[in-house]
Ligand binder design. Structure first.
Ligand SMILES: CCCCCCCCCCCCCCCCCCCCCC(=O)SCCNC(=O)CCNC(=O)[C@H](O)C(C)(C)COP(=O)(O)OP(=O)(O)OC[C@H]1O[C@@H](n2cnc3c(N)ncnc32)[C@H](O)[C@@H]1OP(=O)(O)O
Ligand SMILES: Cc1cc2nc3c(=O)[nH]c(=O)nc-3n(C[C@H](O)[C@H](O)[C@H](O)COP(=O)(O)OP(=O)(O)OC[C@H]3O[C@@H](n4cnc5c(N)ncnc54)[C@H](O)[C@@H]3O)c2cc1C
Length: 670
């Protein structure tokens, strides 16, 4: 990044760093070559006049956002083709920069539609659809959620009834609540979609299955007969995306349009069930595994913005007549921002882990070995929830830490927030996902009680709980991990005990589950938290990190662990695991870590390596020239392009000069 024009405050911050930013940046991205490649691809976007000439997203109406989103997405696709980029990761680097936090109207096409064809279609179906979809002749999405049901997939009401006479499925939306509602890119963009519908054949229901359905003409984009489709209207964010509704009026599609890799309906209507019904949920598992990194990136970017700005912003003379300190020197500012910085690192590392696990398990599934599906489901569901909660809450804190300017779209923070926060809902509502993880933990608990060996990341379950913490004044990483293991093991056991006692007291299984679900949620959250702490501790042992970087990252990792304990003290102290004295060690350590991290704070956010174009922020600029940027942003506002705004003639003039009148005044007189 250019060192030109960097403010003295930021230049000094960078010169104080005790480690090599490049070393950490290379580690986080996975090596020097990848970092170079990422910068190369992002620089292409940065230099491109097409992106430079775009109107600022924040000054666009929702319809303009969609228009711009589509235009950019198509341009991006063409550029990727022109550059011969087929690797998902490389395409991501380019997209991340070219249309930062502008959810693409083609996003579901490449994130869910293509992967679903790849994973759920037969070789013949792939041969037919993939070339069309890869060349954007078929543009598709994933239509599962309905007005009445999102979470409970088995409760979906859209039906696909097989008619052996014509060898067709009849797709129908029999009720208002059966209308598909929410799918991204559906309202105006897609001409096809994968539809999740209840399969009926030979008079029997077989649960949700996937069907390829054409909804618009590939010639003129007109809506096909038997189909109603539109957008759902404005949302909290996602203006660039045409989330839509869709319903079917006894629409007939060929038998071959059922995605038949794992389950089949023969010509005569005979149903062949899959090896595991949850294979049909594979696309959701893929996206959940990707969302962890997505949320982590959002939080990391918010930290870059807020920490750089806090190093530039000065406020309140420390003593009468004294210099106004950088707001980053206020301990309370550090208390809010440094743990989030630690959390951003931890979540990025967890995101890498879960995605790699996805790739490994997916490889096994391709070979017909489904053994690790439950572990992957528990890991991806829990971490998806944990990471999106942490990131969303954290981004909002970063915004508040920027004071008034944080509330301006110029900060870039609202745009990041509205892009990240729906991750708490889509791909499985977070509480529901945590409870899926809890379900797995309960099974592990009973297996542990029967003396069975558990997989690596749940081996702590069922351990002896009559222990005391080994925590001393120095706050060793090992003692931190032990504390998190103890807390998670205790909460898993407490939830299991609660379930057991409710069942013994005469409650039915589902009543006992609901009556224990708060504790089950706590257990799952503690499990995910433990995972993040342990994974962080393991990750910083990497050989590629220099000793200076390890020293700094050890402090960041310690802060992540210490702060997490202090924020959840009740759960760590309820059984007397920590003494009051040990809590004192942790509190003192946290404050010491703030001092420790302070000189490296700017370097630590620099190491995330986000160019200004990704951040889209006047406050988080690499050069720190925030005031000029804010002023330029204000001057560029459409309302500043005329001296007198048209509303003067409509509303203000009649108020000032009673001889004229306005709509509002006429109504007021009535
Ligand atoms: C970095 C590299 C780059 C490459 C990256 C490549 C990608 C490109 C980049 C992308 C970047 C990301 C950016 C984001 C952009 C996204 C845009 C927004 C997209 C939003 C799309 C959507 O929003 S799309 C709709 C999603 N809508 C749900 O998400 C519904 C949740 N609802 C359920 O998911 C089920 O409803 C629920 C609750 C499980 C119960 O399912 P159910 O009722 O059928 O089952 P039961 O409860 O009876 O459970 C019976 C047993 O099945 C077990 N089990 C259940 N699921 C299982 C599973 N999946 N695997 C294994 N096992 C499973 C369970 O744990 C039980 O196990 P057990 O019996 O042993 O205890
Ligand atoms: C921006 C965005 C994009 C989306 N894109 C798509 C898409 O492309 N395709 C698609 O098919 N869908 C999409 N969705 C829909 C999304 O997947 C669902 O909204 C999501 O799965 C949650 O389901 P729900 O809306 O039914 O929530 P509900 O289940 O109604 O949740 C409401 C509340 O009820 C609670 N609750 C529900 N069930 C339980 C339970 N069993 N135990 C405890 N608490 C429970 C939840 O915790 C939550 O607090 C999108 C949604 C959004 C916001």
């Amino acid at each position: 990044m250019s060192q030109e024009n960097v403010t003295p405050d930021l230049a000094r911050e960078r010169s104080k760093a005790t480690f090599d930013v490049e070393n950490l940046a290379e580690f986080m991205i996975g090596g020097r070559d990848r970092l170079k490649r990422k910068r190369f691809l992002q620089n292409i976007a940065i230099q491109d006049p097409f992106f430079k000439k775009q109107k600022s997203w924040s000054f666009c109406s929702v319809e303009e956002q969609y228009d711009m989103g589509l235009s950019k997405s198509i341009y991006i696709q063409k550029k990727l083709q022109e550059m011969g980029i087929t690797d998902m990761q490389e395409a991501f680097y380019y997209r991340e920069c070219a249309a930062a936090h502008e959810n693409s109207p083609l996003g579901l096409h490449y994130a869910m539609f293509l992967p679903t064809i790849n994973k759920q279609a037969t070789p013949e179906q792939k041969k037919k659809w993939l070339p069309l979809a890869e060349n954007y002749k078929m543009i598709g999405t994933y239509a599962q959620t309905e007005l009445g049901h999102g979470t409970f997939i088995r409760g979906l009401e859209t039906t696909a009834t097989y008619d052996p006479k014509t060898k067709e499925f009849i797709l129908d939306s029999p009720t208002l609540t059966s209308k598909k509602y929410w799918p991204g890119c559906l309202g105006k963009t897609s001409n096809h979609c994968v539809v999740m519908a209840q399969l009926y054949t030979q008079g029997k229901s077989h649960g949700p299955h996937m069907f390829m359905v054409q909804i618009r003409s590939m010639e003129d984009h007109s809506v096909l007969p038997g189909i109603e489709v539109g957008v759902i209207g404005n949302k909290f964010g996602y203006g660039t995306n045409d989330n839509g509704f869709l319903s079917f009026d006894k629409l007939r599609i060929p038998r071959e349009n059922m995605l038949m890799r794992y389950s089949q309906v023969h010509e005569d209507g005979t149903y062949v069930k899959p090896q595991n019904a949850k294979l049909a949920y594979g696309s959701m598992v893929l996206i959940r595994s990707s969302i962890v990194s997505d949320a982590a990136r959002g939080l990391a970017q918010a930290c870059v913005i807020s920490i750089r700005y806090s190093a530039v912003r000065r406020q309140t003379e420390a003593y009468p007549g004294g210099e106004e300190p950088q707001i980053l020197d206020y301990q309370t500012q550090q208390y809010r921002l440094f743990p989030l910085l630690a959390s951003a690192y931890s979540l990025q590392l967890a995101g890498k882990y879960v995605f790699n696990t996805y790739l490994e398990v997916n490889d096994q599934i391709e070979k017909g070995n489904l053994e690790s599906m439950p572990e992957l489901h528990a890991l991806s569901a829990g971490l998806k929830a944990f990471s999106t909660y942490e990131a969303s809450a954290g981004i909002e804190v970063c915004r508040i830490c920027c004071g008034g300017h944080g509330y301006s779209q110029a900060s870039g923070l609202p745009k990041i927030y509205v892009d990240v926060v729906p991750g708490c809902t889509y791909e499985g509502e977070n509480t529901v996902m945590m409870l899926q993880t809890a379900r797995y933990l309960m099974k592990c608990y009973s297996r542990a009680k029967q003396g069975q060996k558990l997989p690596g990341f749940v081996q702590y379950i069922g351990q002896n709980l009559n222990k005391k913490s080994c925590m001393s004044e120095e706050v060793a990483l090992g003692c931190l991990v032990m504390a998190y293991e103890h807390r998670a093991a205790r909460l898993v056991e407490a939830a299991a005990m609660r379930m057991q006692s409710l069942i013994q007291g005469g409650k039915k299984q589902h009543e006992a589950w609901n009556g224990s679900s708060v504790q089950l949620f706590w257990a799952a959250k503690a499990h995910c938290h433990l995972f993040c702490v342990k994974n962080f501790v393991d990750a910083i042992q990497a050989k590629s990190l220099s000793s200076k970087t390890v020293t700094v990252m050890k402090s960041v990792c310690q802060l992540y662990g210490v702060h997490g304990i202090l924020e959840n003290l009740g759960e760590f102290m309820q059984d007397g695991f920590f003494s009051g004295e040990q809590v004192g060690y942790l509190q003192r350590k946290m404050l010491a870590l703030f001092e420790n991290i302070r000189p490296n704070a700017v370097a630590l956010v620099d190491a995330f390596d986000y160019p200004d174009m990704v951040l889209g922020s006047c406050l988080g600029r690499y050069d720190g020239q925030v005031y000029q940027a804010l002023y330029d942003y204000a001057k560029s506002a459409p309302m500043n392009q005329t001296e007198i705004h048209s509303t003067y003639y409509k509303h203000l003039k009649p108020l000032i000069n009673p001889e004229t009148t306005s709509d509002a005044m006429q109504f007021a007189k009535l």
